[in-house]
Ligand binder design. Structure first.
Ligand code: PLP
Length: 380
């Protein structure tokens, strides 16, 4: 038997247009962590997101780290963040010696539960931590926007700035506006598995020019204006290379297509599986939510289907198809067990029954048939 091609969960998908910009970088010898591609990529990001400023960085994690520094997060502070996310959301809080305060999910968006957020702020303040809660990080997981109306209302009422981790959500909109543009700062990622990629990279976006200028300064080793190298602050080497930004420019030319293709994957799976009991999709709660459908995720009710997500993952793997369990919640991670956590069991339930299905934009009809046949065979 001829071994079947591997179907990956979310592989990079080049348009071909990237090469022109990379070649330009070579012919002009702009092989540096700045240059015309970086500037053009930043402009296209800001324009696409409908925001004033963007700074391209070495990763989404670096963007979160800088965002926290810009908001003055220091040792001993607390930062509120969702429990249901990838560890990259939380790690930078710990880099700064601050404490992550973890908040569980609401069932309809899978993102930060506004009621629990409100409760956590009250409890932290009752414990005398008032000056310590320095920021809230909201994540738009798998591309689904969080409930931004309520979260921003709670944050504003309590005077706590919001960072939006939109690493998985470029192209997702809430009330018609790109997510990442609601808080003081938004974070994007262009890691190899994201909806567009520069192989590795990230960006910080904001309407606040001062914050973005400061981010650029910190990301280039915090060099003071002086003829010699002078530093009055600790800096970082977090800027994006001009070559990688060339990939980003080419990718931004096809972002609309990529969103369409991801959403098409979701519709395909949903349509084919809608008549099976015990398979649940993450639907957009109402028309104020528009997800880029970065990954299509399903929850599998073990009792109704007679199978588990582990079993399905294994069967797909046997056919050389990659799938992945949902993110393991942060309060269940050995490294974060000591963090204060406000939990309701929701994200644990997702983790124990959920699977991410192959969601790449280069999936062919044939690939999709191969995947769905295995799932359907298992459900009868
Ligand atoms: C990918 C991702 C990040 C980190 O981005 P990198 O560019 O890989 O550093 C942060 N948060 C979430 C939710 C992510 O999925």
């Amino acid at each position: 038997m001829i071994p079947k091609n591997r179907i990956f969960l979310s592989p990079p998908h080049m348009s071909g247009g990237e090469l022109k910009y990379i070649n330009e970088a070579f012919t002009t010898n702009w092989i540096a962590p700045l240059g015309p591609n970086v500037e053009a990529f930043e402009n296209s990001l800001a324009h696409y997101c409908g925001i004033k400023h963007a700074v391209a960085l070495s990763s989404g994690t670096a963007a979160i780290h800088l965002a926290l520094i810009l908001l003055g997060v220091e040792k001993g502070d607390e930062v509120i963040a969702p429990a249901f996310t990838f560890s990259a959301t939380i790690n930078p809080i710990v880099y700064l010696g601050a404490t992550p305060v973890l908040i569980d999910s609401e069932p309809n968006t899978w993102n930060m539960d506004p009621d629990l957020l409100e409760k956590a702020i009250k409890r932290r303040r009752a414990q005398g931590a008032e000056r310590k809660v320095k920021a809230i990080i909201v994540v738009h997981l798998y591309g689904m926007p969080a409930n931004m109306d309520r979260i921003m209302e709670i944050a504003d009422k309590n005077d706590i700035p919001v960072i939006e981790d939109a690493a998985e959500a470029l192209g997702s909109r809430y009330n018609g506006k790109q997510v990442g543009t609601y808080g003081r700062l938004g974070v994007l990622s262009f890691n190899g598995n994201k909806i567009i990629t520069t192989s590795g990279g990230g960006a910080l976006i904001s309407d606040d020019e001062e914050l973005i200028t400061k981010a650029r300064f910190l990301a280039t080793q915090a060099r003071d204006k002086a003829p010699h190298y002078q530093h009055s602050q600790i800096g970082y080497n977090y800027r994006m290379s001009n070559i990688l930004a060339g990939i980003g420019r080419g990718q931004m030319e096809v972002i609309d297509d990529r969103v369409k293709q991801r959403r098409k994957n979701f519709s395909f799976y949903k349509e084919r599986l809608k008549n099976y009991q015990g398979i649940e999709f993450l639907d957009e709660p109402d028309n104020s939510f528009f997800s880029n459908r970065w990954l299509t995720t399903i929850l599998i009710d073990n009792h109704k289907t007679g199978i588990t997500h582990e079993k399905l993952q294994q069967l797909l793997e046997e056919d050389n198809i990659e799938s992945r369990p949902l993110w393991k919640p942060m309060h269940l991670q050995p490294v974060f067990t000591s963090c204060p956590a406000y939990v309701n069991g929701t994200s644990e339930g997702f983790f124990s029954s959920g699977l991410c299905l192959p969601s790449g934009t280069s999936l062919t009809d044939e690939d999709r048939s191969r995947i769905i046949n295995i799932i359907e065979k298992m459900l009868v």
